[in-house]
Design a protein around this ligand. Structure first.
Ligand code: ZN
Length: 133
């Protein structure tokens, strides 16, 4: 046996909680989404956590956010225009397909009618031939 220190593995009975202590900060992370502007003191304070925000940093952050959102709007408008073009093509294809289907049904109806005429003519011919015999 060596003289190394053996650290016991936690048992299933829950002594893991004794080994792991996660310390959480007093305040949860705040993104300072809701701000209060104090015109008199020219300050910006977070309405959620109360942190006094540096006005230029806050303005820069929101300018960046608005710029990103504006880029998203531009991208979405491009996608919308592209989708509208695709939709127009699909509508045209649908209209053409419906017209082809209508013609095909008419042809099938005519073919079925012709088949009935042929069958009827054969039956008449058979009767005639039987009558002649
Ligand atoms: Zn905050």
């Amino acid at each position: 046996m060596s003289d190394k220190t053996i650290i016991p593995f936690p048992s299933r009975d829950g002594d893991v909680a004794d080994l792991l202590h996660v310390q959480k900060p007093d305040k949860a992370f705040c993104r300072h989404q809701r701000v209060e502007l104090d015109e008199k003191n020219r300050t910006i304070e977070c309405g959620d956590c109360g942190t006094l925000l540096e006005p230029f940093d806050w303005a820069l952050r929101w300018a960046d956010k608005l710029s990103r959102e504006n880029q998203q709007v531009i991208q979405m408008r491009k996608e919308r225009a592209s989708l509208l073009k695709s939709l127009e093509v699909l509508r045209l294809e649908e209209r053409n397909t419906k017209a082809r289907l209508k013609r095909a049904r008419e042809s099938a109806r005519e073919a079925a009618f012709t088949q009935q005429e042929v069958t009827f003519a054969k039956a008449q011919l058979r009767q005639f031939m039987e009558g002649e015999a």
